[in-house]
Each structure stands twice: as structure tokens, then as C-alpha cells.
Write a protein that binds this ligand. Structure first.
Ligand SMILES: [Zn+2]
Length: 161
């Protein structure tokens, strides 16, 4: 059997990307939770996500303006570009942003496994991104989740001032 020696590299915007399949993602989440315990594992994934979200902002924010709408649209384009899910709606209020994502990978792979909102890594990524955007602490809660039967996942970004 002959395979090409080098497949085409994948890019998302100007940055090199890799594909992590379901087995990798499942293994990552399960291993963290089984080693640290359910709650500590969730907290670890959230903290890990914050670091990733801050890097996403650093890497891509030069592509847009300082406008909040534009930055949410950039996050949505990133999510779609890396196939994490589709941002279908968002609402901006004084100290809160609500983001709805359909087919979020992290929750899709945990359907029928969990009985509460399942996103901790992406929830943290949204938090890290928002912390950089607003230059403030934020808390992100997942208030609806496809893993427990909701039609989409909904995240509330609360800006702590
Ligand atoms: Zn979810």
C-alpha cells in the first residue's frame, strides 16, 4: 500500500491547525475526569480552556475591530472553522453575553453519558476569550445543553466588574 508522503497541511485563517477526532477528544476528557475525579476534572478542563481561549484571542483578534459584535462574530467564525460547532445566536446585554451553539463537539460526544450541561473545556475557552476581550474577569455558565436533550448549548458570559 502506498500513501502520499505528505498530505496538505490544514489552516484555520492564518494559523496551522490539526484535527482531533472523536476518539482523541473522548480519551482526553475521560482521562482527565477519571484521574482527577468528576468535579476536579471539570474544573481542570475549564482552566485549560481559559488558557486556550486567551490564545485564540491573541492569535486572531488582529483580524477584527474592538467592537464586541465583531469579536463575537470572530469567535463564531473560529468555532465554525475548526468545526467545534455553529454559533446560531448571541445576545449582548450590559454585563452579560449569551451565546448559543449548535452541535458543539464537546457535548455531542457526551450525549447519554451525563445528566447535566457537559461543556467545561469550551466553556473555559469562551471565558478566556471574553477575559481578553473585556480585560475583566468573567464567569461562564452553560445554561442549556444538547447533551441533556436541549436543541443547542447556551452559554452565559457574566462580566465581573
Ligand atoms: Zn452543551
Amino acid at each position: 500500500m502506498i500513501f502520499p508522503s505528505k498530505f496538505s497541511p490544514l489552516y484555520v485563517g492564518p494559523s496551522r491547525a490539526v484535527i482531533l477526532g472523536e476518539a482523541t477528544l473522548h480519551g482526553l476528557i475521560e482521562q482527565i475526569k477519571s484521574n482527577l475525579g468528576e468535579k476536579a476534572g471539570q474544573s481542570f478542563l475549564y482552566q485549560l480552556g481559559i488558557g486556550i481561549g486567551q490564545w485564540v484571542y491573541k492569535k486572531y483578534s488582529s483580524l477584527t475591530t474592538d467592537d464586541i459584535n465583531d469579536n463575537i462574530k470572530l469567535l463564531a467564525a473560529f468555532c465554525k472553522g475548526v468545526r467545534w460547532g455553529e454559533v446560531i445566536d448571541y445576545f449582548i446585554e450590559e454585563d452579560k453575553i449569551t451565546i448559543r451553539i449548535r452541535d458543539l463537539w464537546e457535548c455531542d460526544i457526551q450525549k447519554d453519558i451525563v445528566n447535566e450541561p457537559a461543556s467545561h473545556l469550551v466553556r473555559g475557552i469562551i471565558a478566556g476569550y471574553a477575559m481578553k476581550l473585556f480585560n475583566h474577569e468573567v464567569i461562564v455558565n452553560e445554561t442549556m445543553c444538547m447533551a441533556i436533550g436541549d436543541p443547542y448549548c447556551e452559554f452565559e458570559v457574566n462580566i465581573i466588574k
